[in-house]
Write a protein that binds this ligand. Sequence first.
Ligand SMILES: [Zn+2]
Ligand SMILES: [Zn+2]
Length: 192
Amino acid sequence: MFEFQWDQVGDRELEESWTDAAEHFSELQDLVDSGVCSFDAPIRADIVARDLAGLVEVTGRVSTSVVMGCSRCLEDYRLEIDVPFRLTFSRGLDQVTDVADMAEEEDEGVELDAEALGLVAVSGDVVALRGLIAEQVVLELPARSLCSESCKGLCPHCGRNMNHEACECSEPVFDTRFAELAKLKIDDKSGE
Ligand SMILES: [Zn+2]
Ligand SMILES: [Zn+2]
């Protein structure tokens, strides 16, 4: 699963669909272990691999369902992931000489290798996608985790989740301060 033999891609396109539990992807299990998120659906990938002038191009989609904690209200929310991706594999540098030559004509004097061309180098006969698929999922996780952009968060005074019920203490606290000020002024006057 999540891999195929280089030779399976020839004149015909190779279509595959794989599904596996998130815990079988070490990068994703690391996220679960460190409390970043959990997965409530398996990782699914649908791919088409085709020959591209000696390279192998893989296009497809990755989908899963992630449960994350909101950094503002601390409640869990679900994030549906369904992202397209495209990866191009090269089997050693010999195969990309033509592409590198083409690129070098445009930008002379620059040494290009597979990675610089955005290619994923493959050594041996197997095109392994497991780690790359996990990477697509990781890239979709937000740097700042919010249940929604308009999340109101927790009340700093009573800790209530203000998304669920209007909080009554923030306004009165503000008003009370004015009341105290007003009282001081009155006291000042009364002292005259
Ligand atoms: Zn929230
Ligand atoms: Zn409150």
